[in-house]
Design a protein around this ligand. Structure first.
Ligand SMILES: Cc1cc2nc3c(=O)[nH]c(=O)nc-3n(C[C@H](O)[C@H](O)[C@H](O)COP(=O)(O)OP(=O)(O)OC[C@H]3O[C@@H](n4cnc5c(N)ncnc54)[C@H](O)[C@@H]3O)c2cc1C
Length: 356
């Protein structure tokens, strides 16, 4: 039996941020990650520059140059339904262009230097709630039991911790397909968001990254012809950006949450994608994962010190974040192309933004 104050399940941005913060506060912390140290995470890796501040001020870390792509900084360019000529770049707004696999690996390395026990090939299987929570884990092929006062579910969009807590909860998922292209086009150093329901059902995007072009879009499963949408998106890029695709080196498909889930139960809380904290308008989730991971760690501390109910403390800590995302969900549910056009026109007239 292995005993810890906190066990965090999942070593993505949410789990690593939470584990580092817990260890800094003196908790004996274990991080369980089902994959190996090199985990291929499908992601655009684009995140607002506030993520850098979040990591610096909340975790005391500096993002190393080695995890940034070329170009390392991107503008945000909206293409509305009426086309690129009515779109443009947001003023005074910049995004970081992360190499996501390296970014996650760097965070997990940092976890180790913060006195967190990190186990790879450790797949969480079952949870028995109690004063001391019991976790059944498959560690490298053998079944082991871990014990922790607090558990944090940071195990992504299809969270097993969440299904143990709420077996009847049916999560909503958006699937994101992303192709990595070699080719040339009239793309500047921008993250392009393409908003046009005749091309893609939700959002489309283009990211210049390390000499390649990432092209992707999100869709609700079963409702579209994926290949047809990608063909339409590529043909828009040919028309509007003189894109000449040469060769596709990868096609990546993975889920993002498309609804905010319950936040936890007793001494167990959910963070990041496991809690549905992802922007439905753009698929952005890295920043919210880190923010909620830190919030969970702080909530554990407060709950312990003040003998307060963990889920209530955590709820109040992520209230602003959840509220923002709930407004985004309401906005997305009402969207049509007229509203998309209006949204882009208004956004481009602003001088500064926090970003969506
Ligand atoms: C194609 C695509 C493109 C995206 N592009 C962007 C983007 O450009 N910018 C952005 O901000 N967001 C983007 N996102 C969303 C972003 O990737 C997620 O919001 C973010 O990764 C959430 O972080 P997380 O730590 O909550 O979950 P994850 O990063 O999914 O990490 C979960 C971890 O838990 C581990 N795990 C899962 N189950 C278990 C288990 N049973 N036991 C142990 N470990 C387990 C997994 O191996 C993984 O390491 C994109 C998503 C997709 C799919």
């Amino acid at each position: 039996m292995h005993k810890f104050d906190v066990i965090v399940v999942g070593g993505g941005p949410a789990g690593t941020a939470c584990a580092i913060r817990c260890a800094k506060m003196g908790f004996r912390t274990m991080l369980l990650e089902k994959s190996t140290s090199y985990r291929k995470k499908f992601c655009g890796g684009v995140t607002p520059t506030v993520t850098r501040n979040l990591i610096e001020f909340e975790l005391g870390l500096r993002i190393p140059q080695s995890v940034l792509s070329v170009p390392e900084s991107l503008g945000l360019f909206y293409v509305p339904p009426s086309g690129k000529c009515n779109g443009g770049t947001m003023k005074n707004y910049k995004l970081l262009n992360l190499r996501r696999v390296d970014f996650d690996e760097w965070l997990r390395e940092e976890v180790k230097t913060h006195n967190v026990d990190l186990l790879y090939r450790a797949e969480f299987l079952e949870l028995k709630l109690g004063k001391d929570n019991l976790l059944k884990v498959n560690v490298n092929g053998s079944l082991e039991v871990f014990e922790a006062t607090y558990v944090v579910g940071a195990d992504g969009a299809i969270s097993k911790v969440r299904s143990c807590l709420f077996p009847n909860y049916r999560s909503k998922i958006l699937t994101v397909v992303q192709e990595v292209w070699e080719g040339e086009g009239d793309f500047k150093d921008n993250f392009y968001i393409i908003l046009n329901s005749k091309i893609v059902p939700t959002y489309g995007y283009v990211i210049p990254k390390d000499g390649k072009i990432l092209v992707g879009f999100g869709f609700e499963s079963g409702r579209i012809n994926l290949q047809l949408c990608m063909t339409k998106l590529l043909s828009l890029l040919k028309d509007e950006f003189s894109f000449k695709p040469v060769e596709m080196s990868a096609r990546e498909i993975a889920p993002v949450p498309f609804a905010i889930s319950p936040i936890g139960l007793e001494n167990v809380v959910l963070v990041g994608d496991a809690c549905g904290l992802c922007n439905p308008f753009s698929g952005e989730g890295i920043r919210f994962a880190i923010e909620s991971g830190v919030a969970a760690a702080e909530s554990i501390k407060i709950s312990q010190e003040e003998n307060a109910k963990l889920t209530s403390v955590y709820e109040s800590k992520i209230d602003g974040l959840r509220d923002f995302l709930l407004r985004m969900y309401a906005f997305v549910n009402e969207l049509d192309d007229e509203k998309r056009e209006d949204f882009v026109r208004k956004e481009l007239s602003r001088l500064n933004v926090f970003g969506i």
